[in-house]
Write a protein that binds this ligand. Structure first.
Ligand code: LR7
Ligand code: MN
Length: 581
């Protein structure tokens, strides 16, 4: 059957399930078989015969792990130590509640936990034995924030400093996106002055995370840019495997496995293996587990690199020059959202790859809502950003984006000027979205039309057929070209370049040259029930708008639009084929 898709923009920040017992194994095994789910180059493993041969001169060496100062923490009994859950002290519930909104997580508990707490080494077995090159590129860590909670921001920075080989960290750039909190001014400067590698960059107006990251990238001096959110905890050995990927190919964009720092008890929790970053229409990011049979058949190991259609967005390493070659992010994206889609499409379609590196783990506080305010409406901001992405990267598939957000079709989304972004795509000679679908994300359901074939009147068992510039009812004949229609995501009923449309005023039907922007051509098709034109200006009876339905009259062999009446069976229509689940 056909679902009526309600607009489904995630109104809340994405939650992530910590380890689950039941993997939602989806049935994409067949589709997934078409692509390389894992990278061909597996990381080198240390074995007995190699040990002797390995010396720094070989260009390879052991992983640097001993530099983790938090393995034996100062205070093993401190709350939250080793990533354990913290219990709210008796009588402090009110305070917890009061402070929650400072970050939309348990800020009270965060303040109780040491800023350099130890967390469990959650890497899959085998990671500690992996080898990386000893001449890895250096990286600049770019962490932008707006009104981040003090203890969380500090813990993020400490986790980078304590769990990264110092020689690989060129600098840590904290980009303050015009925060309003006083403690993020002098106090932060003072605190960070003890770490020579930490630099604070302050924006003079609120730019949002996209342009804030770009400001950081402009100032970065490392070979690689590593972006992080400002409420993370980098785990043991997180950095080397990311840089190793970029070192192997400068067009690889490497993401850690993002683990969960619980917003309620601040515990550090691991997540299921074998997850890819994906999206569903209208471009909502999500994770999807590779089905167990696919894992088994392809002998995918827990430590294998996983190639992803899209990245989550917040945490990744990318070669700095490559990032600029790609034209960075679209600087026209505002505040929050959509930039992960943009960069993912750009990377894949323009010759790069997005990978999740299972031996690299970073915890992130997942929360139900953004704690900061949006300069403009949050939903509209995200939709506009996604609209820009759709217009530049999705080609003919952009209709699926609009079609899955019902209101988007009519809203006339103003996405701003796109000339530069489209020219960039041309200049980079990027591949088509169709190529992306076939080669990177074959399991995405992306039917270019919603329904097709003959269009049958359910009660009469007769079909619509083209006659000159109009349409009539006649016996169904699937082989007749004149009876073939496509129902598109923009709700047009198309016969080639021609669209079925009601004649204004008299309710008759005619063919009109298709035009995606002409609202008068749109038909809402609900399941297998009725067609009705949208409320459009030219269908006006007296001085009120009315819902009109397509109606067949068999004796006359004619079609017309008439007031919708659920009791009338001659207003029920059905296409031969539907492509939605
Ligand atoms: O206006 C802003 N200015 C900022 O500097 C808004 C945000 N920010 C900062 C903010 O303080 C934080 O450090 O930008 C960072 C990301 O903002 P969050 O933490 O509110 O975003 P999120 O974790 O809810 O959302 C995910 O999607 C975003 C879409 O634009 C970004 O790509 C985030 O980086 C991204 N986070 C992750 O990928 C972590 C995993 C969550 C998922 C999925
Ligand atoms: Mn975040």
């Amino acid at each position: 059957g056909m679902k009526n898709n309600e607009a489904s923009f995630s109104s809340l920040a994405l939650q992530r399930a910590a380890v689950s017992q039941t993997n939602q194994a989806l049935t994409e095994g067949q589709e997934l078989g078409k692509i390389n789910l894992t990278a061909k180059t597996r990381p080198a493993q240390l074995n007995q015969s190699q040990t002797k041969a390995l010396s720094p001169e070989d260009g390879r060496m052991h992983r640097v792990l001993r530099i983790d100062a938090t393995l034996s923490p100062r205070d093993p009994k401190a709350p939250g130590q080793f990533g354990r859950p913290v219990v709210v002290p008796h009588g402090k519930e009110k305070e917890v509640e009061r402070r929650w909104k400072e970050g939309n997580f348990n800020v009270y508990l965060s303040d109780l936990i040491p800023v350099d707490r130890a967390i469990e080494d959650t890497r899959p077995a085998g990671c500690a034995e992996q080898l990386v090159h000893n001449n890895l590129p250096t990286t600049s860590i770019i962490m932008c924030f707006v009104d981040e909670v003090w203890s969380t921001l500090l813990r993020s920075v400490h986790s980078v400093l304590n769990r990264s080989p110092p020689h690989l960290i060129k600098e840590i750039l904290l980009v303050d996106d015009f925060s309003t909190k006083d403690y993020l001014k002098d106090n932060l400067d003072k605190y960070m002055s003890q770490f020579p590698k930490v630099r604070i960059l302050r924006l003079k107006e609120r730019h949002g995370l996209i342009r804030a990251r770009l400001a950081g990238a402009q100032k970065a001096t490392g070979d690689v840019l590593t972006f992080l959110d400002s409420h993370v905890e980098c785990n043991i050995g997180w950095l080397e495997p990311l840089l190793e990927r970029v070192y192997l190919s400068r067009k690889k964009v490497a993401c850690p496995v993002i683990e969960v720092i619980n917003d309620k008890d601040m515990s550090y929790m691991t997540v299921d293996n074998f997850q890819r970053g994906i999206f569903v229409w209208p471009m909502n990011f999500g994770w999807r587990t590779i089905p167990p049979d696919v894992v088994a058949k392809n002998k995918i190991k827990e430590t294998d690199i996983i190639r992803c259609p899209v990245m989550a967005g917040g945490l990744f390493s990318i070669d700095k020059n490559y990032f600029f070659e790609l034209g960075t992010y679209d600087p026209g994206l505002d505040v929050w959202g959509g930039e992960n889609m943009e960069l993912s499409f750009k990377v894949w379609m323009c010759g790069g790859e997005i990978e999740i590196v299972p031996c690299s783990r970073v915890g992130h506080i997942f929360r139900n809502d953004n704690p900061y305010s949006f300069p403009k409406d949050r939903m509209k901001t995200v939709e506009r950003n996604l609209g820009r992405v759709a217009e530049v990267w999705l080609d003919e598939y952009k209709e699926l984006f609009y079609g899955h957000g019902d209101h988007l079709i009519d809203q006339g989304l103003d996405v701003g000027n796109l000339t530069q972004q489209r020219e960039l795509r041309k200049k980079l000679k990027c591949k088509s979205f169709k190529w992306y679908l076939e080669n990177v994300f074959p399991d995405l359901k992306a039917p270019i039309v919603r329904a097709s074939g003959v269009l049958i009147n359910v009660a009469l068992g007769k079909c619509i057929s083209i006659r000159n510039t109009t349409a009539i009812l006649e016996d169904c004949d699937g082989s007749s070209q004149l009876q073939q229609f496509n129902y598109t995501w923009l709700r047009l009923i198309k016969h080639g370049a021609w669209c079925l449309a009601p004649v204004p005023d008299n309710g008759a039907l005619r063919l009109h040259l298709c035009d995606n922007r002409n609202k008068g051509l749109r038909w809402l098709h609900k399941s297998t029930s009725v067609f009705r034109p949208e409320l459009v200006n030219h269908i006006v009876f007296g001085n009120y708008h009315q819902l009109l339905c397509l109606e067949g009259d068999f004796t006359q062999k004619t079609l017309k639009v008439a007031p919708c009446d659920p009791a009338k069976p001659d207003q029920k229509w059905k296409f031969e084929n539907y492509y939605e689940d």
